[in-house]
Design a binder for this molecule. Structure first.
Ligand code: GUN
Ligand code: ZN
Length: 458
């Protein structure tokens, strides 16, 4: 008599029903780019996404188990399965921000300067405070709560030069079980002494952070030379060495954001072909390398980014706020340069990816092009996940993916509600959500199947 064989199905049944929850709402999910380039033109591929007007998202043990029409999905599940209804709401995968500085929370909305003066007058003094770990922890907690409030569940994040700033950040992220990528800034010149490390110290601190945090739970590490201006030749060699020793970590930096910045780089690296070539000489390009801004890149740089599978992170609110310029995403598309979308707070002016998409639309208008609502929401979810090589974990509701998702409210404000009542098509409804939406449109945010934010503390 084997009592285990009798008990086990019962135990499994109880465990399954306890850990399975169905979320019922409209659901939008991408499987690929809805506007791939065909013969040089972006053409709609309607098989790239699924939209369920009355959909059901089945979550089991923090992972996506299934997504489909509510009618079909519910008929396959036990009648007592827990169902959470979000009527008149839209569920999308958790949004992803591919470039943001957590220590710049308080730098947001600093008046009157372009990049170099903005760094010297506002940003560097603010970052100096992160030597104090308690200060860093406080801001890291604020920052993560702000992201979750806006429906962003993953970000590629700059710390400061201080090792403890990144420890504070990962500890705060670990507490929330969010999938975050962060790195200690490497900078050893052209900045105040209190923000400068040395090639050796930056190597040692980065290495120790990688050993402790990379792939610890959901945390991932990014080697983070701030930009060419603030690193010596010796320090860029250390960044190269780190990437050689740890081939699966990320690399994040800035490039070609501002004309004065570019002129300074040309002066500091007279032997380089162009700005990207500075990083290329130290083998910092690759499919886990993310270059923020890239507004003023030349044809050769586009070609090299394409060849190496590197990506550009488009930060529209920052580029407008700092007067940096208008990125031409159509040019990136035509040159097959991978790109993602990001807030760049504190140069950027909002934590909300919806607001960021709205500004991306306007920048693209200024370039005489269109950024469609489907493409926009693809970018904020699966598109951004792909540039981070994370599409097998986040960014869509593929079975087995980590269940990070956001519940958006079509009636979050009076004007959103009025506009939605006039929209006839899905594209119109999504566009109104993007243009009029912000943190108020985020009804709830879930991380690995757990609700981590409810609007109005409901
Ligand atoms: N370039 C170097 N550092 C920074 C930064 O902190 N913000 C922005 N926007 N650009 C940079
Ligand atoms: Zn930045």
């Amino acid at each position: 008599f084997n009592s285990f064989s009798l008990v086990r199905p019962l135990v499994e049944f109880i465990m399954n029903t306890q850990s399975t929850t169905v979320y019922r709402a409209s659901i939008l999910n991408f499987q690929s780019d809805p506007y791939p380039i065909v013969d040089g033109e972006a053409v709609l591929d309607s098989s790239a996404y699924q939209f369920y007007q009355d959909g059901a998202l089945v979550i089991e043990d923090g992972k996506v188990q299934h997504v489909g029409e509510a009618h079909d999905v519910l008929s396959t599940l036990p009648s007592d399965v827990e169902i959470v209804e979000y009527k008149d709401h839209l569920i999308i995968p958790g949004m992803i921000d591919t470039h943001i500085h957590y220590p710049q929370v308080e730098v947001i909305a600093s008046y009157g300067e372009q990049l170099m003066d903005w760094l010297n007058n506002y940003t560097f003094p603010a970052e100096g405070q992160f030597e104090d770990k308690a200060y860093a922890s406080n801001i890291a907690n604020f920052f993560l709560d702000e992201l979750l409030k806006c429906g962003t569940t993953t970000a590629l994040v700059f710390g400061t030069v201080h090792k403890q700033s990144v420890e504070a950040f990962f500890e705060a992220s670990e507490q929330r079980n969010t999938r975050m990528i962060c790195g200690k800034v490497m900078m050893d010149r052209n900045a105040p002494d209190f923000l400068c490390d040395t090639p050796d110290a930056s190597y040692d601190d980065s290495k120790s952070l990688i050993d402790t945090w990379h792939n610890k739970g959901r945390q991932l590490y990014a080697v983070t030379p701030r930009f060419a201006i603030t690193s010596t030749h010796e320090q860029l060699q250390k960044a190269e060495q780190l990437l050689q020793e740890y081939p699966d970590v990320y690399m994040q930096t800035h490039i070609s954001e501002n004309k004065d910045e570019m002129a300074f780089v040309a002066e500091l690296f007279p032997q380089a072909k162009d700005y990207l070539d500075v990083y290329d000489q130290y083998n910092l390009l690759g499919k886990r390398s993310v270059f923020a801004h890239g507004i003023h890149l030349n044809k050769r740089e586009h070609q090299r980014l394409h060849e190496t599978g590197s990506s550009v992170s488009f930060c529209p609110t920052s580029n407008l706020f700092l007067g940096s310029g208008l990125l031409d995403i159509q040019e990136l598309e035509q040159n097959q340069v991978a790109y993602s979308i990001a807030t760049d707070v504190g140069g950027g002016t909002s934590f909300s990816m919806l607001q960021t998409l709205s500004e991306a639309y306007k920048v693209t208008q200024m370039k005489g092009n269109k950024l469609s609502p489907l493409k926009s929401l693809y970018l904020a979810t699966l598109g951004n996940a792909k540039t981070l090589q994370l599409e097998d974990k986040i960014g869509s509701f593929k079975t087995g993916n980590e269940a990070d998702f956001v519940v958006l409210d079509f009636n979050s404000t009076a004007i959103m509600s009025l506009k939605q009542s006039k929209c006839k098509t899905l594209a119109e409804k999504l566009f109104a959500m993007i243009i009029l939406g912000d943190d108020r449109a985020v009804e709830a945010t879930y991380v690995a199947g757990t609700c981590v934010h409810k609007r109005d503390g409901k």
